[in-house]
Ligand binder design. Structure first.
Ligand SMILES: *[C@@H]1O[C@H](CO)[C@@H](O)[C@H](O)[C@H]1NC(C)=O
Ligand SMILES: *[C@@H]1O[C@H](CO)[C@@H](O)[C@H](O)[C@H]1NC(C)=O
Ligand SMILES: *[C@@H]1O[C@H](CO)[C@@H](O)[C@H](O)[C@H]1NC(C)=O
Ligand SMILES: *[C@@H]1O[C@H](CO)[C@@H](O)[C@H](O)[C@H]1NC(C)=O
Ligand SMILES: *[C@@H]1O[C@H](CO)[C@@H](O)[C@H](O)[C@H]1NC(C)=O
Length: 599
């Protein structure tokens, strides 16, 4: 099932397929929104976005007929592209907004919806799918039918951010339940679900998977960061519930390893966060990607100040990165032409994007505003001024060309001038989304780079959630932190196996072959060549044992891994069918022999 070439990957990229091209829908844009201030846009858009969000949630959403209770459809669009599925990531992010809206006391009627989602998660976790069963990797499956049946077509799977995001959403609800004297429900209903997702994160964070755009197979900054956050929150909840210390200890070890690995995405030579490392399918990208901005927004912890190790919105690294990301769209979208180099522009997923022609997205443009609003909120709340560092200097020079490395004292005239300019800059991104939305306020996935007309999926649920969380940030609404403030960064990083010492794994594959054909091994970790068929281990040895093909591989002790055998004949690669095989290396120095048969 894994991709044997960049071409086959491109054919599967993002929901709907790269080759689909929707006709521009200029006709629906005879009237556009034309707001000049964000407060007016918020007043108009909020009820529309809420209605759009709820319409896409089963069992009774007006645009989601057939969706099971608690299922979030990605969009009602059934063709060009077909998004009538539920994605774990989208659903978790949408429900995080719903849980926050509920726990902040804004709408007590949402509790039923949230309980529906909990029921949905409990069911969907148990659905066997092409990524595996609940215990063999199936939790990493990215999307399902809205009936909760498995989606069995080819796809970029697994995607390892989903279980982490879902855990963060459920933990927000669990913390509210505990604070409201309902620990019993947390222990009996939520905790068994959370244990599955958090153990999956703890065991498999160091295995390759597809990024949030479903294109790059490797390690993704967004995925690593949300895994880190989820495990930290999980540790706190496990401790509060008095769970066995062995669980807490295992998760703490892995959280430290993830935290360490997270640092490696920052490129000090380039001055931005490189969104994907060791992409196994050879994707050639600059690494500038909305992935990073979404990370600052979705791992925001108001108590962590401008901590750069967790890439908080006001951290020097996140601000420097934001400028590089935004600037990468200035010259490539014609709707951005003629705009001053320090003013807001339309932004998309990444500059090399070609899906639907490679357009700006509403949710990425809104995320820029959201990061800046959260930065302003922290500077004002902390009252410690603004640190301009050598890393963030280019960001601040957009607003004051003579800015220097210094601390600008809170309350000074410079502070007021600067924060006012940043607020105006942030509002500019919110108003970009407004400018390119139709007068109905409906939010599709994208708006075209040439004309700014809505395109790709209509009524994208995630677009509605993104405008709502942006408004919350602009209104300085509180969100829960996750302990980012009090972390200690390890001096050296370990892999997922933790131990550093190796175990021996003997692979034995029974496979009959034709003349000229050989068997190779490839899998999800460095030792198994990160799913790169061109670099696969082999040919395996069949001397005196044919049809049994053999190889011994040294794998870090305790490491969870996924793998498959492949056939190669004159450069033609054939993968084993079905879901990935999974296993875990034994203790340091121990040997595991695995006997497989070609499937
Ligand atoms: C605890 O919360 C669950 C889920 O909303 C609810 O069904 C149950 O009645 C609550 N129990 C108490 C004692 O409030
Ligand atoms: C696994 O962890 C190591 C050490 O931090 C890192 O070099 C490697 O890129 C990671 N791989 C994945 C897929 O997370
Ligand atoms: C500025 O940097 C100093 C030194 O790293 C730190 O102690 C202080 O908290 C920072 N201030 C702000 C506002 O981030
Ligand atoms: C711009 O930065 C310089 C150097 O820190 C400072 O002297 C000046 O007051 C700033 N300008 C404004 C308008 O704040
Ligand atoms: C695989 O086969 C070998 C040799 O027959 C045997 O020693 C080993 O126990 C088998 N491993 C498993 C997991 O069945």
């Amino acid at each position: 099932m894994l991709f044997t070439s960049i071409l086959s990957c491109l054919l599967l990229l993002s929901p709907g397929g790269a080759l689909a091209r929707a006709a521009p829908r200029d006709n629906v844009l005879d009237k556009r929104l034309s707001y000049t201030n964000v407060a007016d846009f918020e007043t108009f858009e909020t009820p529309i976005a809420l209605a759009g969000l709820y319409a896409n949630i089963g069992p009774d959403g007006s645009k989601s007929q057939g969706a099971k209770s608690g299922v979030v459809i990605a969009s009602p669009s059934t063709s060009n592209p077909d998004y009538l599925y539920t994605w774990t990531r989208d659903a978790a992010l949408v429900y995080k907004y719903i849980v926050d809206r509920f726990t902040s006391g804004r709408d007590s009627s949402l509790r039923t919806k949230i309980d529906n989602f909990v029921g949905h998660v409990a069911r969907i976790q148990q659905v066997s799918n092409p990524s595996g069963t609940v215990s063999t990797g199936g939790l990493g499956e990215p999307k399902f039918l809205i009936s909760e049946a498995a989606f069995t077509g080819g796809w970029g799977r697994p995607q390892r951010d989903g279980p982490a995001l879902r855990a963060t959403t459920l933990i927000a609800y669990a913390n509210w339940l505990i604070a409201n004297s309902n620990t019993t429900h947390v222990r009996n209903v939520l905790w068994p679900i959370l244990l599955l997702d958090l153990n999956y994160v703890s065991n498999s964070w160091n295995s390759t998977g597809f990024d949030l755009w479903e294109e790059v197979n490797g390690a993704s900054f967004f995925t690593t960061a949300v895994q880190h956050r989820a495990l930290r929150e999980g540790i706190a909840l496990a401790t509060a519930l008095g769970d066995p210390s062995s669980t807490v200890a295992a998760w703490t070890t892995q959280a430290q390893n993830i935290f360490c690995f997270l640092q490696s995405y920052w490129s000090s030579s380039s001055g931005f966060i490189v969104a994907n490392v060791n992409p196994g399918n050879g994707a050639i990208r600059s690494g500038k990607d909305a992935n990073t901005v979404l990370t600052s927004v979705h791992t925001f912890d108001p108590a962590a100040g401008c901590d750069s190790r967790t890439f908080q919105p006001c951290s020097d690294k996140a601000l420097a990165n934001l400028k590089v990301y935004v600037d990468s769209f200035r010259s490539i979208y014609s709707i951005n032409s003629g705009i001053a180099s320090n003013a807001a522009v339309a932004t998309g997923r990444y500059p090399e994007d070609s899906y639907y022609g490679g357009n700006p997205w509403y949710l990425t443009t809104f995320a820029v505003a959201e990061q800046l609003y959260r930065a302003l909120q922290v500077w004002d709340a902390e009252g410690k001024g603004i640190n301009v560092t050598s890393i963030s200097l280019p960001f601040f020079q957009q607003f004051n060309s003579s800015a220097t490395v210094t601390t600008i004292p809170a309350g000074s005239a410079s502070y007021t001038t600067l924060t006012t300019a940043i607020k105006t800059f942030a509002d500019g991104f919110a108003l970009k989304g407004a400018q390119y939305a139709p007068s109905s306020g409906a939010l599709a996935e994208q708006y075209t780079r040439g004309a700014g007309t809505p395109t790709s999926a209509a009524d994208l649920t995630w677009s509605y959630a993104s405008v709502l969380t942006m408004f919350d940030a602009r209104d300085n609404l509180a969100v829960d932190g996750w302990g980012a403030a009090s972390l200690t960064l390890p001096n050296t990083c370990s892999t997922g196996g933790g131990g550093g010492s190796a175990a021996t794994v003997n692979f034995r594959e029974t496979a009959t072959t034709v003349w000229g054909e050989n068997i190779y091994l490839v899998g999800s970790i460095d030792a198994l060549k990160n799913w790169d068929p061109n670099n696969a281990i082999g040919p395996l040895d069949n001397t005196n044992t044919y049809p049994v093909w053999r190889v011994s591989v040294s794998i870090p002790a305790g490491t969870y891994f996924e793998y498959k055998y492949i056939r190669k004949n004159n450069g033609v690669v054939t993968w084993e069918s079905g879901s990935n095989r999974v296993n875990t290396a034994p203790a340091a120095g121990a040997t595991l022999t695995i006997n497989d048969t070609w499937k």
